[in-house]
Design a protein around this ligand. Structure first.
Ligand code: PXL
Length: 281
């Protein structure tokens, strides 16, 4: 069984980050260990979450695993709360580098053209250093602009000229020579998907599928989790990313149909059986 270490926060109520990654990767048949970077009573769409950063726990926990001889096929990094946590994660990646795990980084720091609250340019720089080491990098449009110093387009949630994505992918490759994926890429009204390439000048993978008229916290986390699991299972980048886009679309559709408070996040439970059938027929 393939193994993956998921490094991101646990938001105890409102599905995102670890509470998306763990069920999804387990359903896909990936043995998943979690390294929580912080505990939050809820994710940050609810007002005033209680936060308990776990920065001092990260490196000692990883040292303990190392002393036990544990190793992972992949390390997948999501939301981190501070530049100190980014430094700790880089130290952990260096600790496990002798077993060459696939490093998958979702540089969670903004959306809709803006940095999330609590992050600043210092954080962007710290995260860029981690992105340099990634084998797979999955920013959304806002994050791709922040990482490459590109002004974000005035209507970041609407359709963009495909040339913008090509240019961003080229700039991202100056940072990271792995597979770069711009998630949520939209080039047609009412559609969404991804643009990706595995090196400057290489073929660009483009995919557009129906955009469901609802948006939920944790959707990017779901895309990254499915893509990570599928890559570990040996799917090609194009197959893995299409599966991630299609599964995210169907989960958003099912969540909208469930009619619950949107802050609860994605109704993952509705679509896990289909995901299992897709990857473990
Ligand atoms: O979905 C990404 C994410 C994860 N965890 C926390 C967040 C966010 C996005 O804002 O706030 C705590």
């Amino acid at each position: 069984m393939k193994s993956l270490l998921s490094i991101q926060d646990i938001s105890c109520y409102g599905k995102c980050s670890q509470t998306v990654a763990l069920p999804v990767l387990s359903a896909m048949g990936i043995g998943t260990a979690v390294l929580p970077t912080a505990l939050l009573s809820t994710h940050t769409l609810y007002p005033d979450p209680v936060r308990q950063p776990l920065t001092d726990f990260l490196v000692p926990a990883a040292r303990h695993w190392k002393s036990l001889g544990l190793a992972f096929d992949a390390i997948c990094v999501g939301y981190l709360g501070s530049a100190d946590q980014v430094a700790a994660v880089r130290e952990i990646c260096a600790m496990f580098a002798d077993t060459s795990p696939l490093l998958i980084v979702d540089p969670v720091m903004g959306d809709h053209g803006r940095l999330y609250a609590g992050f600043d340019t210092h954080y962007v720089e710290a995260l860029s250093a981690l992105c340099r080491e990634a084998d797979v990098l999955l920013p959304n449009l806002t994050e791709a602009c922040l990482l490459t110093g590109t002004p974000c387009p005035p209507a970041p949630d609407g359709p963009q000229d495909p040339v913008l994505y090509d240019r961003l992918l080229d700039h991202l490759h100056a940072l990271c020579d792995g597979l770069c994926v711009i998630t949520g890429a939209c080039t047609e009204e009412g559609r969404t998907g991804f643009c990706a390439s595995s090196g400057a000048g290489r073929e660009t993978l483009r995919y557009q599928t129906d955009r469901i008229g609802a948006s939920y916290h944790g959707s990017g986390d779901l895309f990254t989790s499915v893509a990570a699991g599928a890559l570990l299972l040996g799917l090609s980048p194009e197959q893995a990313l299409r599966l991630a886009a299609d599964h995210t679309r169907e989960t958003i559709r099912a969540t909208a149909a469930a009619g619950q408070d949107p802050r609860r996040g994605l109704a993952l439970e509705e679509t896990l059986p289909a995901l299992i059938r897709a990857v473990r027929p």
